[in-house]
Design a protein around this ligand. Sequence first.
Ligand SMILES: [Fe+2]
Length: 305
Amino acid sequence: MERSQIDAVIERITSTEDPSKGSARVKEIVNRLTRDLFYAIEDLDIQPEEIWHAVDWMTNTGRSNEWGLVAAGIGLEHFLDLRMDEAEAKAGITGGTPRTIEGPLYVPGAPESVGYAELETEPEIGAERLYMQGQVKDQDGTPIPNAKVEVWHCNLKGMYSIFDTSQPPYNLRRSIITDSEGKYKFKSFLPVGYSCPPGGSTDQMLQALGRHGSRPAHIHFFVTAPGHRKLTTQINIEGDPLIWDDFAFATREDLVPHITRYSESEAKEKFGIDEPFASINFDFEVHKEKEGVFDAEIERTHGPR
Ligand SMILES: [Fe+2]
């Protein structure tokens, strides 16, 4: 079909809309996406069997609650980050700690403490101890007391509490309020990388694309402070071979902090700590809120559906 014939079909469909009803925004988006889909079907000669296979795939993706993974895997969530970066840059907001994707596994309501937290509700056997610490600052380098650092990561099986009900609720999820010097610190362990559920919708799609569905080890953060823009970010665990081969495209420059390791004797002598540990120093630099820029607090559903 010619473009003009496709446009005529779209015209016939949209002519059934009542201008006084519904949402102008939804009409605009759905009709644009429908037109683009029809063009793609024509250009690529997509066959009916392929369409109905895709409908089945989408149905299964929803049933297994994998749309969040698909959004990460096709780079959609990363693309939204790049657009937010661009919008901020146009408003003169640049620098600071880079944002990167939230992913689908944040849950609100984690236990809150001031200055310091221990992330393990139950001890993780065989893990490498981690202490991570730093300051929350504004773009002038001024420390921000009473900022909230929300942190979450997976266990050594690559699973997140709440979604994985074999773990205690909120295991490896905490909210740390920075102290009077803007400092935070937590005790946990180095998490591992993980993969999309084997054989699931995301895995099927990525295999068909000749890609893998694995992420390097990482730790997620939200940083919020009154009068400042919310930061959504992650750090990667230095040395992970997938750091620059993340299926979700979340790795960014400045988000791979150096890890310093202390032996048992060093830990004891220098810090009075009874076990060897890895240490990460990382400061979060956030921006002052500015009028006329999009709200960095993105509304979306959190937790298991
Ligand atoms: Fe994650």
